[in-house]
Each structure stands twice: as structure tokens, then as C-alpha cells.
Design a protein around this ligand. Structure first.
Ligand SMILES: Nc1ncnc2c1ncn2[C@@H]1O[C@H](COP(=O)(O)OP(=O)(O)OP(=O)(O)O)[C@@H](O)[C@H]1O
Length: 362
């Protein structure tokens, strides 16, 4: 009994991507199917290199191929092609045609670790193989230059009009902190802030990016409003600390994004517990579970929690994010898992807006 391409496609159409709730064939992930006798070679192209479901998809795809009658061996090549929101053209639209997905990192109030999450998320996605940019739009306290080790560097303009982003830890970086003195930015409001943000978005040579991550100022809706008028963000990640009082801030932040029609991808709980480096006992300094509670309250995903740890603070101050400097630490692993969860949520978001490709069996 000889195996056909149709048999292979039928088998693949039974494998469901658990994040996207759609089968691999309908999602256009199955490519280059070549059958030779009782052997098949094919490529499965995931929607992000940081796919949180790769293990499950791989196991299910292999089981489906093993069940094809007459098929003895198979060889799956794994790849990834990040898709963009806005009907596939990418969330950057006409303003940033090379940018597929714009992700916002926000918080209801300052000091909860929003910049720390934005930097580690960006570096972690790049470590998975994605092309990533990080734009520090926290005009009132830009900390990205310090956290990426670029505090004493300045971007250059090769043509006198646009700026090249700086590069650190595999990501492109731009910050208002590279361009103005800290006390200058503090007084910006309304039109000035709008103008400065648009410059950082439009007049920087971002090039082709899978993800452009924006570190937003805490609390304020000004930046989110400006962005929602010019680009289509794939969604926002909300950072909170676990205490009950932080819940009120998360509610405010969620309402702000709802108002400007930016979907909230999920909540990250930072400083969720302190693990004693001597006895490994967990202490819930700021309580525990507030982020999860907020996520349940809104019916949005809980993306994960980061412990309170000296390494996270020290690595931030040293300009080497913990996912780069202490890859195997508990904290880095927590950030990596959050990055995969975010990438998965973005893929699900793009599926809602991308017309599904027509699969052509060869
Ligand atoms: N999980 C953590 N463990 C230890 N220190 C942390 C952790 N997360 C953040 N920090 C530290 O807390 C301080 C504030 O973090 P960060 O600048 O990321 O917060 P933020 O919410 O962006 O603040 P702001 O909006 O005011 O700029 C930093 O010194 C950072 O290194």
C-alpha cells in the first residue's frame, strides 16, 4: 500500500495546535511534503520560534504520522515564521512596515518591575531566535539604557534624518534616555510627549522585526492612546506585584487598554516570593497570588511569576539581564517561560486577524 501526500495531509489535519485551537493544515504550518515510497519528509513551520506548545505539537505530529498505514519513516524539519497582526501585513502598518508585532509592557503604577520584565522578555524572545526591538517609552524614568548596559552609548544617524538603534544582548534598543537629560523628559505632557514618541517609533531604523516591545510609562494612558492611533499593537502585558492593593492598579491599567482597544495578553506577577538563598524557604514578602487573582477576575491569561531575588536587581544594574547573565537560574527560567507564553498569546492574536493561507499539496 503506497502512501500519498493526501494521507500525510489528512494525518496532519488531525493535529491541533493547543494554543491556536486550529489544526496544523488549516493554520498553514505544514510545508514541503515529499513522499518517497514509505518515507515522508515535511516541514512544520510554527508561528513563533518561542512556541510554548512545541513539545506537545511535536509529540502529536509524530503520533499522527506513525498511525499512517504503510508509512515507515518520517523526517520533520522544524521551523518558525512569525506572523503579523492586522491581516498579515503587520502591526507596524505604513509607519513601520517591517515590524510584525508590537507588544506593550505596562503597569498601573511605578516600581513594580515593568522595565525589568520588558528587557528580559525582549532578550528571551531573541534567544529563542526571533528578531526583536525594545523601545523604552518610559519618558518619566527611562531605565532601559542602564538595564541593557548601554547607559554611556549614544545612537548615531547615518543620514542625518533617522537614527540607528543600538544593539545589546541580541536586540535592537532605543530609549528616550539616549536623547535627552532625565529632568527634561519629566515635564513632558500631551503634544510634546506625542511628538517624542512618534519620533522614536518613526525615525528609528528598526528594520525587520518579529516583535517590537515597548516599555510604557506607568499608569498614564497618553502613550497608549498615541500608539493606538498610529499602529496596531498585538497586545499589552500587564506587570503587577502580588499584594491586594496592587489589584486596584491592575484594574486601572486594564481599563486604560480597553479604552484604546488594545487587547491585554495577560498578567505577570513580579516579586512574587523570596526564596532564601541559604535554606530555600519561600517567604511571601508582598503576599502571593494577586496577579493570578487579577487574571482570573478579568478572564485573561496569567503569564507567570518572577521571584524577588537579588540577582534580578543586580543584573539589571549591571546591564546584563538575568536571562543573559544567569541563563540557568530559577529567575531566568521564569522569564523564559513568560516569554514563550507571551509569544503564544501573540500568535493566537494574529490568527484572529490573518486570513488563513490556502494549503497547496505538492
Ligand atoms: N524580581 C525582582 N527581584 C529583585 N529586584 C527586582 C525585581 N524586579 C525588579 N527589581 C528591581 O526593582 C527596581 C524597579 O524595577 P523596574 O525599573 O523594572 O520597575 P518599573 O516598574 O519599570 O519602574 P518605573 O516604572 O518606576 O521605571 C529595579 O532596581 C529592579 O532591578
Amino acid at each position: 500500500m503506497s502512501v500519498t501526500q493526501a494521507d500525510v495531509m489528512t494525518a496532519m489535519s488531525k493535529v491541533i495546535d493547543p494554543e491556536l485551537h486550529i489544526d496544523l493544515v488549516k493554520a498553514g504550518m505544514v510545508k514541503d511534503v515529499r513522499v518517497t515510497g514509505d518515507t515522508v519528509k515535511l516541514k512544520i513551520e510554527l508561528t513563533t520560534p518561542a512556541c510554548p506548545m512545541k513539545g506537545k505539537i511535536q509529540a502529536d505530529a509524530e503520533a499522527a504520522l506513525k498511525a499512517v498505514p504503510g508509512l515507515k519513516t518520517f523526517d520533520i524539519e522544524w521551523g518558525a515564521q512569525v506572523r503579523g497582526v492586522a491581516g498579515g501585513s503587520g502591526g507596524g502598518g505604513a509607519l513601520l512596515p517591517g515590524v510584525k508585532n508590537i507588544l506593550l509592557v505596562g503597569a498601573g503604577k511605578g516600581g513594580v518591575g515593568k522595565s525589568t520584565v520588558a528587557v528580559n522578555l525582549a532578550v528571551s524572545l531573541a534567544q529563542h531566535g526571533a528578531k526583536v526591538g525594545l523601545l523604552d517609552a518610559d519618558f518619566y524614568g527611562p531605565s532601559v539604557p542602564l538595564m541593557t548596559g548601554l547607559a554611556d552609548k549614544r545612537p548615531v544617524s547615518p543620514n542625518g534624518k533617522t537614527l540607528d538603534p543600538l544593539i545589546a544582548h541580541g536586540i535592537k534598543v532605543m530609549s528616550i534616555g539616549f536623547l535627552v537629560e532625565a529632568d527634561q523628559a519629566l515635564i513632558w505632557r500631551g503634544p510634546m510627549l506625542h511628538g517624542a514618541l512618534m519620533q522614536l517609533v518613526r525615525d528609528v531604523n528598526w528594520g525587520d522585526l518579529d516583535y517590537l516591545i515597548l516599555d510604557l510609562p506607568p499608569g498614564t494612558g497618553d502613550v497608549a492612546l498615541t500608539l493606538s492611533q498610529s499602529v496596531r499593537a498585538a497586545g499589552a502585558v500587564l506587570v503587577t506585584t502580588p499584594q491586594d492593593v496592587a489589584l486596584a492598579d491592575v484594574v486601572r491599567a486594564k481599563q486604560m487598554f480597553d479604552k484604546v482597544h488594545i487587547p491585554v495578553l495577560g498578567i505577570v506577577e513580579n516579586m512574587s516570593q523570596f526564596i532564601c538563598p541559604h535554606c530555600s524557604k519561600a517567604t511571601h514578602i508582598f503576599n502571593h497570588g494577586g496577579g493570578r487573582k487579577a487574571a482570573e477576575m478579568f478572564g485573561i491569561p496569567f503569564l507567570g511569576e518572577i521571584p524577588l531575588d537579588l540577582k534580578v536587581r543586580e543584573s539589571g544594574d549591571l546591564g546584563v539581564p538575568v536571562v543573559a547573565g544567569a541563563k540557568d537560574s530559577l529567575e531566568a527560567k521564569a522569564f523564559q517561560e513568560i516569554a514563550r507564553n507571551v509569544a503564544g498569546r501573540v500568535s493566537a492574536q494574529t490568527m484572529k486577524s490573518v486570513p488563513l493561507p490556502v494549503m497547496q499539496a505538492r
